[in-house]
Design a protein around this ligand. Structure first.
Ligand code: DX5
Ligand code: ZN
Length: 220
């Protein structure tokens, strides 16, 4: 399966955001990933609409917005206006998922749902035909730079099985601890959209790092 790469700016140098975004563009990423955190849904606070607006004003990259916030439906309009192309929210949040998905679509964005590492795969079943992205967290949401949780592979594989049976076109995104090694596990399990933060932004040569994510093959 072709691997799409979404660069998470959470651990990029925000003082030099333009430079970070240009690096990601030149490295050939497919998307920019925005981790929005409210300090309640996750134990960390990151950034919100103004940063997304600034980024979308200067780049034509596809803006992949990941809302780790308690009541996402309240902010869909704001993120859509700030330049989001895809908005993914958590099923563990308090917002009604069907209404939230509808609102995202009404604002012209593609819609995604996300589950944390310990939420069972079956939670996504009612939404398989409703969304364009299913994001399986491969770390506990909140911080970049954590290690990939291997037990999530079975869940990715289960969701891939369901998606393959459906005619609806949906990304299967993974987020957290992705590098040139762990991508092999997620790839084998059936993911096709990969968020990478520290692996890309801490690399000396981001182009080479993106190539390694796209083309790394398992060796025996
Ligand atoms: C974690 C975020 C991730 C994070 C990934 O809550 O959702 O997008 O930035 O960072 P790495 O790739 O460093 O694990
Ligand atoms: Zn994320």
């Amino acid at each position: 399966m072709e691997r799409k790469i979404s660069a998470s700016i959470l651990n990029a140098d925000l003082l030099h955001l333009e430079e970070s975004i240009r690096r990601a563009e030149q490295a050939g990423v497919d998307m920019l990933h925005f981790d929005v955190m409210d300090g309640v849904f996750v134990p960390n606070i990151s950034f919100g609409m103004p940063l997304l607006q600034a980024a979308s004003d200067l780049s034509d990259l596809f803006m992949d917005v990941h809302l780790m916030i308690t009541d996402p439906i309240r902010y869909i309009e704001d993120f859509a206006k700030a330049g989001a192309d895809m908005i993914t929210f958590h099923l563990e949040s308090v917002s009604d998922p069907f209404q939230t998905i509808r609102l995202i679509h009404d604002h012209g964005c593609t819609a995604g749902i996300s589950i944390k590492p310990n939420t069972p795969a079956r939670a996504v079943l009612p939404f398989l035909e409703e969304v364009e992205n299913i994001l399986v967290m491969t770390v506990e949401p909140g911080f970049g730079g954590q290690s990939y949780m291997h037990h999530t592979n079975d869940k990715i594989a289960q969701i891939r099985y369901w998606l393959d049976k459906s005619k609806h076109k949906t990304y299967l995104e993974v987020d957290g601890g992705i590098n040139a090694q762990t991508i092999l596990e997620a790839d084998a399990a059936g993911a096709d959209l990969y968020v990478a933060g520290s692996y890309l932004f801490r690399s000396e040569d981001m182009y080479a790092a993106v190539q390694s994510l796209r083309h790394m093959e398992a060796t025996r």
